[in-house]
Design a protein around this ligand. Structure first.
Ligand code: SF4
Length: 406
């Protein structure tokens, strides 16, 4: 069996394929409405990053989709977002234009989306518009147009030039840091335009040097992202043992950040501290918060978070489309529900773990193991436990013991 993108392996039913959403509802559980909508406005990219999970991962569905989202699909996606917000009484939604590389799509499409959402949302409801970009093609004129339409930019940056260019390269092997640096200096000239930086962890890079390079740009937030992988396709240098290379890397960054007199918002660290103090996380990367994010691909198909594409071909698919289905229909898909049921989605190993309320089993795509599905500890399990216990010890020491990780 093939769709032209290579042979597709037949996969047996595994968790959460077998999750009965109607049974969950019978117990009183109700899905959480989506609040973050990722619109993939362009399906191709002008970089060929070494760790890319879209074009080099197990899922090749990108090769069968339109390159650019059409105006009619964008309109339908916006109308579905408005319908969802109105139906659930949401006072705020976040819409992120994504890719591939979204800036390869025309600005007219960005303007159209912003205009249609603002015109359609109920009175008083707000939309946080963002673009997640590699920024290499950003021009002053494009930035002006994005800012005028109300978009803020999240930019992928992996550190200083040496660190960034280790992974984020063009197809010919040339690094992209010089262009990203130029773009970030340009963005800095438009106050408020930079929403944050996204940094993928590479163990070959020095953690403190990376952190200092990121902080240099004055972004209001930094997201550290673990490279994608699972038990069948392990992340780079993540052996199936109790070593903690990613935990140690992140601890070096945490200690630098924690000692900073005026620290930037590093979401992973802030969420762990919030969870240790009894609060909730702000994303599904850590903790047991329900995932309230959904993806619309260039053809209008509804997908789960596209990092699932690192697991297997079709892992992110729901079989639904904005052309024919509401977002409420996606909430009834077992794989979507599985990322909203918190503790019930954890493996027995995680439930018995002393830090599970903080860790939450790790990021859902990182739990996959063929045959068992997603009900496993994260492939980063030792790293996560080491990081959480380190942060707990630092915070506990400062607060005189008032910390409860479980
Ligand atoms: S540290 Fe490991 S066992 Fe504990 S909750 Fe996280 S993934 Fe599960």
């Amino acid at each position: 069996m093939s769709d032209g993108a290579g042979p597709i392996q037949i996969r047996q039913r595994e968790w959460p394929d077998t999750l009965a959403v109607s049974g969950l509802r019978d117990t009183g559980w109700r899905p959480v409405p989506f609040r973050q909508f990722i619109l993939k406005v362009h399906g191709k990219c002008d970089l060929a990053c070494r760790y890319c999970y879209v074009y080099q991962g197990a899922d090749a569905t990108w090769s069968t989709k339109p390159t650019v989202m059409s105006a009619s699909v964008a309109d339908r996606a916006c109308d579905r977002i408005v319908e969802h917000a109105a139906g659930h009484g949401l006072d705020a939604v976040a819409v992120v234009l994504h890719g591939g590389e979204p800036l390869l799509a025309p600005q007219e499409l960005f303007d159209r989306i912003a205009h249609r959402l603002r015109g359609g949302l109920p009175p008083g409801a707000t939309v946080d518009l963002r673009v997640h970009t590699n920024a290499v093609s950003l021009t002053p004129a494009r930035l002006d147009a994005l800012v005028a339409a109300g978009y803020r930019l999240g930019v992928s940056l992996d550190g200083d030039a040496a660190a960034h260019d280790r992974g984020r390269r063009y197809a010919n092997g040339a690094g992209s840091h010089a262009k990203v640096d130029r773009a970030l200096r340009l963005i800095a000239s438009r106050p408020g335009a930079l929403a944050g930086l996204l940094c993928t962890v590479d163990l070959a890079n020095d953690p403190v040097t990376v952190y200092d390079a990121l902080v240099h740009y004055g972004a209001p937030a930094i997201d550290f992202l673990l490279p994608h992988g699972n038990w069948d396709s392990p992340p780079p240098h993540r052996p199936p043992d109790d070593s903690m290379p990613y935990g140690d890397w992140l601890i070096a960054v945490f200690d630098r950040w924690y000692g900073d007199a005026n620290p930037v918002d590093v979401r992973m660290f802030a969420d762990i501290m919030r969870l240790l103090l009894g609060g909730a996380s702000t994303s599904e990367l850590i903790g047991l918060s329900p995932c309230a994010l959904v993806v619309v691909d260039t053809d209008g198909s509804l997908e789960q978070v596209d990092t699932l594409k690192s697991a297997y071909h079709g892992a992110a698919a729901t079989g639904l489309s904005v052309l024919t289905d509401s977002f409420d229909a996606a909430l009834a898909v077992p794989a979507v529900a599985a990322r909203q049921i918190g503790l019930a989605a954890l493996s027995d190993v995680c439930r018995a773990c002393p830090v599970h309320q903080v860790c939450g089993g790790g990021y859902y795509p990182h739990r996959y193991r063929r045959g068992a599905g997603f009900k496993n500890p994260s492939v980063f399990c030792p790293d996560l436990r080491r990081l959480i216990e380190h942060i707990e010890s630092r915070v506990r020491a400062d607060l005189g013991g008032v910390v409860s990780p479980t």
